[in-house]
Design a protein around this ligand. Structure first.
Ligand code: ADX
Length: 583
């Protein structure tokens, strides 16, 4: 009995079925023009019989030494197997239909064209490797959705692999489609609008979108590699905390030391065991990425080949792989020696110690190189977050920039409360605070001066008010701001009616202050905004700053006092010119 040598993927199995189903000109061996599968077999198998098995070891086909293929069992794996019919089965079930090869989801216009034919329609979904624009499963789901919109529509999966040459692919496609259609008409939909203009019915559009997640939704393996003591785990943990604070992604940590206590318990530091350790991490991380999660890995992972395997596993699962080389030099790692391991390794008490008596392949393919020497954890974390944002994997507003933070204060008419907030905040912030303030009103006067009501309060601080003119709080002003702070909850509601998507950055002033006081007091500037975008106290009425307009000097004094105490917090927590290390 020959030893099974190759475990085909479900797609290869599907191709094999087509190959052995008598669909077109007899194909007697692999690697021939027109064959649907190419298998490169090791040279030492030449002249031997080879058996193809499914993932569970069930023999599917036998390849004779002369290249002849004998089908043993049809492939049983893969989603939508019931749609994989042979041409003979299709001829029997669908004689008299119109046959339509499809490689992309059908647009509303294309579906309308097919309806107008007035015949039953069979969509031949060409699902082979390299052929469809969508993943095979999504193409089938989209085709089923389209077929359900036709009076008599059905879908057949045709696993037609691309050979990388348009002419060959076309000729082969014509042959295959003809085998399914027999004497019935074939309608080609080719030449439709390009990707961005394709106008799908809602259910089809949802399938297409889910199949092509943007980088912010795509699974991600964030892989830190570097010497022991380089700072991998520390920076990885800071990045994880930040991702969790932002709240938009699910995160799993696969830290080197932690993994070795559970998933890889019992493994040694031999080359083989290290490779096993990293492949296990890679396997788990790739599965996490398959479901759109973020896996943050921080093992030493000293070997380039194993890191490449993890990259390949991740990409095969539809995830993105982002490699950070924590390039802290050996001398610095050894100087830190927090676990005392380098000293032991130098004394020969730990064999095969990375950097001392075991090699470390410096990555040539790192997306980011990070030397932590002399740098703060926050600084390193921010560099990683910045690189991730630049690559599109996390929202840009989660990352620090040199840009000033733009604060927009809003009240009703922009003549009492919001001008007070703007002008006093500017005074309190002083120059170079990294915070820019402005104000506007949800309704009322445009280009009006500050109201008499507030004059006396401004006088108290010698605030320059002459140049101030009111303006309307437009959606554009909300868009341009990093944070919008309103005097009352009603103002917030009003702004969100126009810009519902801005809900993460629009607060009542009182709500912002209470929320800022409820989180880690060390959070400030953009990190504070980031944290509060997902973690905030509700906007309560008691947070509102009562409108003092035309209510006399006592009301103005009370409003000013409330605003002063709130501004104190806002100014201190948002300013970006704080000395490093200050909390
Ligand atoms: S890896 O090479 O397989 O990627 P991994 O990250 O899991 O290594 O484990 C590294 C951790 O194990 C180090 O941070 C260190 O604490 C500890 N360790 C124990 N022995 C060794 C060794 N021989 N080489 C490197 N690290 C070791």
């Amino acid at each position: 009995m020959p030893t099974p040598q190759h475990c085909p993927t479900p797609r290869e199995l599907a191709d094999l079925e087509l190959l052995t189903g008598g669909a077109f000109a007899p194909v007697t061996g692999f690697n021939q023009p027109g064959s649907a599968v190419t298998l490169d077999l090791p040279a030492d198998l030449a002249g031997r019989e080879v058996e193809l098995v499914d993932p569970e070891g069930l023999p599917l086909a036998r390849l004779a030494p002369d290249g002849a293929v004998e089908a043993l069992t049809p492939a049983q794996h893969g989603p939508f197997r019931r749609l994989h019919l042979t041409p003979a089965q299709v001829r029997q079930a669908h004689a008299g239909a119109t046959f339509v090869p499809v490689v992309d989801a059908l647009t509303a216009a294309e579906i309308a064209r097919l309806r107008a034919l007035g015949t039953p329609v069979v969509l031949l979904a060409l699902t082979g490797p390299g052929t469809p624009d969508l993943s095979p499963v999504a193409l089938l789901r989209a085709s089923l959705a389209a077929a359900s919109r036709l009076p008599e529509g059905s879908v057949v999966a045709v696993p037609l692999a691309s050979h990388g040459d348009p002419a060959t692919d076309h000729d082969l496609g014509v042959q295959v489609v003809a085998a399914y259609a027999g004497p019935d008409p074939v309608v080609a939909l080719a030449g439709g609008p390009g990707d961005s203009e394709r106008d799908y019915p809602d259910d089809v559009a949802a399938i297409v979108e889910a199949d092509r997640p943007g980088p912010e939704e795509q699974g991600l393996v964030l892989f830190f590699t570097g010497l022991s003591g380089s700072g991998k785990s520390t920076v990885a943990q800071a990045v994880i905390d930040s991702l969790l604070e932002h709240g938009e992604r699910t995160v799993t940590s696969l830290d080197g030391d932690v993994v070795r206590r559970n998933l890889s318990a019992g493994l040694t530091f031999s080359r083989e065991d290290r490779e096993t350790n990293i492949r296990r991490i890679g396997w788990v991380a790739a599965e996490i990425s398959r479901h759109g999660g973020v896996a943050v890995c921080s093992p030493i992972a000293p070997f380039d080949a194993t890191r490449q395997d993890v990259r390949a596993m991740t990409e095969a699962a539809g995830g993105a792989f982002f490699l950070v080389h924590v390039a802290t030099p050996l001398e610095e790692c050894e100087r830190r020696d927090r676990k005392g391991l380098y000293a032991k390794a130098r004394r020969g008490e730990i064999p095969d110690f990375t950097g001392i008596s075991s090699p470390y392949d410096v990555p040539q393919d790192a997306d980011l190189r990070l030397d932590t020497t002399g740098r703060s954890i926050d600084d390193c974390r921010d560099e990683v977050l910045g690189a991730l944002a630049e690559a599109g994997y996390i929202a840009g507003d989660a990352t620090p920039t040199d840009e000033p933070i733009r604060v927009l204060f809003v009240c009703t008419a922009n003549i009492c409360r919001s001008p007070y907030l703007e002008l006093r905040a500017r005074q309190l912030l002083g120059p170079d605070s990294g915070v820019e303030v402005s104000s506007a009103g949800t309704s009322g006067f445009d280009a009006a001066r500050v109201s008499d009501t507030m004059e006396a309060e401004f006088a108290r601080w010698d605030t320059e008010v002459d140049g101030f003119r009111s303006r309307l709080a437009t959606g554009d002003l909300v868009d341009a701001a990093d944070v919008v702070l309103t005097a009352e909850a009603a103002h917030r509601t009003r702004l969100l009616e126009d810009r519902p998507a801005a809900f993460r950055k629009v607060f009542t002033l009182g709500q912002f202050v209470a929320s800022a006081q409820a989180v880690d007091p060390a959070l400030h500037g953009r990190a504070l905004l980031e944290a509060l975008s997902s973690r905030r106290v509700p906007a309560a009425r008691e947070h509102d700053i009562a409108d003092p307009y035309r209510r006399g000097p006592e009301a103005a004094r009370r409003a000013a006092a409330t605003m002063e105490s709130m501004l104190e917090v806002v100014v201190e927590r948002l300013r970006q010119d704080r000395p490093a290390g200050a909390t």
